[in-house]
Design a protein around this ligand. Sequence first.
Ligand SMILES: [Zn+2]
Length: 446
Amino acid sequence: MSDTELVLRSRRVIAPEGTRAAVVAVSGGTIAAVLPYDTPIPAGARLVDLGEDVLLPGLVDTHVHVNDPGRTEWEGFWTATRAAAAGGITTLVDMPLNSLPPTTTVEHLRIKQKTAADKAHVDVGFWGGALPGNTGDLRPLHEAGVFGFKAFLSPSGVEEFPHLDDDELARSMAEIAGFGGLLIVHAEDPRHLDAAPHRPGPKYADFLASRPRDAEDTAIARLVEHARRLGARVHVLHLSSSDALPLIAAAKADGVAVTVETCPHYLTLTAEEVPDGASEFKCCPPIREAANQDLLWQALADGTIDCVVTDHSPSTADLKTDDFATAWGGISGLQLSLAAVWTEARRRGHGLEDVVRWMSAHTARLVGLDGRKGAIAPGHDADFAVLAPDETFTVDPAALHHRNRVTAYAGKTLYGVVRSTWLRGERVFADGEFTAPRGHLLSRTT
Ligand SMILES: [Zn+2]
């Protein structure tokens, strides 16, 4: 430990092999060693004793809509990355849409990177977008360092990001598979959405009926069949329908390279509890019934679902009207995702180790950052969250660092207070205060 500049000591360090009392030695922003709790601290190293607070790897959130530049009034890199740090997230990967321009060419990627560069309080990477007609842009974007490509199979909600039809999906997937890339998909089938009943207004039941499970199930089945045929790697975004789980499990058992994420709101909120007119609960696919939620938890436990990400997708408050048909669809979750998921996980008998696996280790692996992020292990970046897991707080929208404080979690009492967040061995958040931005822009190739 001779070069050690910092030592974090905790009775509960969540390491890949389990939770134990340990000291974590940091050198040059990297974890140098994880050693027994009573290891002598080297002269010259700064000791931070965390007592009973838990040291966990900083979360890696691979599904965030930052919307900067272009719709910065919805969210921006400054506010999103502060909210992330306050929530124990040390890496986020930005979705290619809702910003203007969308991340669909190398030139657009450069604009996004330039915008984020001096505002990132945590590390930031980028997804590219697969649109009808941009197949020729995919390989250059891959080589420029995006972590993969997002496509929609139904309208995205913004006109500059059109969805792929079946032929276009196959074409994009074949191109991406050709260079070993990853295709991530918003899977709802537009024909099933069109055929569903559409009754505008404030009733949540009407909105839920307009986004039926079979729209998800059909689209996922189609996606899996293309992936099977092409030998492509695909990822199902924000799974809500538990009816799709058997076909996903079967595809995985067959060796199809499909991974799946779900989100805190599907795991912690239910259709039954959404008040009429409360469009802060609107997202697509929608929050479904409690019985559906039980099956999502079961699928997380058995590995059918790989990871949990926020799909943080805010808008200004005026777009969250009380008509579910026209209100903006998207839920803000960055700052609250760890506490929300942990609160429900502990109620269902899961450990913090499980939460870390779903929200840090597996998301890091999804984007190929395992080996560097998502674990408290030698050689990894010294990115940490320090959590008081048994302490509770009541969600006060005024305490959120998101640009817009509309939240579906208002008034909820959650377990898990983030005491501090560390990025490459520097404490970037503690007690409501942030340092100057020191996040790096991440690229698949570096
Ligand atoms: Zn999204």
